[in-house]
Design a protein around this ligand. Structure first.
Ligand code: GYE
Length: 370
């Protein structure tokens, strides 16, 4: 196990052994590969995998606030099964960063081989990740990002381009309004995710930028619904009471909050839909979960921009590559789709790249994995 790796004597013995056998050391690109701890960790890994012991993974999950999160948990649990040669220690932090910090420290004490982290917010990870580095344990970050002063504190990151997701959504709205010849002021409410989470930062920034650069879009309010249906509904009820029929668009930063927002709109006597000139409230959302897409097919969500939660196989592949001493990218973005059943917008253009918009059918929903 990697923890045994702290002892300088063992490290020297091991390095000697590997040098003698002529093994070329290489590792996670731009990661801890250039520092002593990172390299030591790799030496040990090679030896361990050859002994075909299970690889121990300590995985710190944020919680279970949304359908997206639950699909993500299922995916990582399936990929790191004992049948696949893993010993997964899974920790659910119940939406608290302090629980994630505690879990990581426990993983270090337990001497896991890899720590995998989906960080609830971006900041506050420097100390704990330094401790993992000192213990020679590679940290793989996924979905949301960590904002640390020294990026050798984590081996690599894989996740979505949340700002791009937001830009695609805003561009879809802008194309949709042009197609319909809608030129008057557009009043927007932004229901945000957990403040400080990468997904929130990127998606909020996209709508803020779009409003800033637009002639007639107005942001009436921005408030966090914490990614949950209940909070999304509560916040939307309050905003409906305040802004009522002035609201044209609700830009909601995930599907679960969209379920709550749609309930709130209906319970307050308003109608969801794309016909804003007939007083309908147009809702846009992110994730493209099963229920989110069903609401999109029904027209309650005008466009749902995908955020793929199925990280299990991708993370397992990264671990396998690291086990084999192969180079992996420091940062990997995953590709995502966008779905709508209103209008006939086939693609949106963001910074000179054309992104397709999938016209949603029930067949597409049925065939999806989550
Ligand atoms: O959009 C939301 C979840 O970090 C991308 O977190 C993830 C977000 C996702 O709870 O549903």
């Amino acid at each position: 196990m990697i923890v045994k790796n702290h002892k300088p004597k063992k490290i020297i013995e091991l390095i000697m052994l590997l040098l003698i056998s002529g093994v070329v050391l290489c590792g996670c690109t731009g990661s801890a590969g250039n520092n002593k701890e990172g390299t030591d960790a790799k030496n040990i890994k090679r030896e361990k995998s050859s002994a075909s012991q299970p690889v121990t993974i300590g995985l710190s999950q944020i919680g279970s606030e949304s359908d997206w999160r639950m699909a993500s948990t299922e995916s990582v649990k399936a990929a790191f099964s004992s049948g696949a040669g893993y010993n997964l220690i899974f920790d659910d932090a119940q939406q608290k960063q302090e629980n994630q910090l505690k879990a990581i420290r426990e993983f270090i004490d337990q001497g896991v081989d890899y720590i995998i982290l989906d960080p609830i917010v971006e900041t506050g990870w420097d100390s704990v990740l330094s401790e993992a580095k000192e213990a020679g344990i590679p940290v793989i970050v996924y979905d949301r990002r960590v904002d640390v002063a020294d990026d050798s504190l984590y081996a690599c990151w894989i996740g979505s381009d949340f700002y791009l997701e937001g830009k695609r959504t805003c561009m879809w709205l802008s194309d949709f309004f042009s197609d319909r010849g809608i030129d008057h002021n557009i009043n927007i409410i932004n229901i945000q995710g957990t403040m400080g989470a990468t997904a929130q930062i990127g998606r909020s920034k996209a709508i803020e930028d779009a409003v800033y650069h637009s002639r007639n879009w107005r942001l009436l309010a921005q408030e966090s619904g914490e990614y949950t249906t209940a909070k999304g509904k509560e916040v939307m009820k309050k905003l409906l009471a305040k802004y009522g029929e002035n609201i044209d668009v609700v830009y909601v930063e995930n599907d679960n909050m969209a379920y709550g927002v749609i309930d709130a709109i209906r319970e307050s006597g308003y109608v969801t839909g794309a016909d804003i000139d007939k007083g309908e409230i147009l809702v846009v959302s992110f994730d493209a979960t099963h229920n989110g897409l069903q609401l999109t097919l029904d027209g309650a969500i005008a466009v749902d921009t995908e955020c793929n939660p199925l990280y299990g196989p991708r993370l397992a592949e990264m671990v396998e590559m690291m086990e084999a001493g192969e180079d992996i990218e420091k940062e990997t973005y995953i590709e995502e789709d966008q779905f709508s059943a209103v209008g006939y917008i086939a693609s949106v253009n963001v910074e000179d790249t054309e992104y397709p918009v999938t016209y949603l059918t029930s067949k597409i929903i049925d065939e999806r994995a989550y």
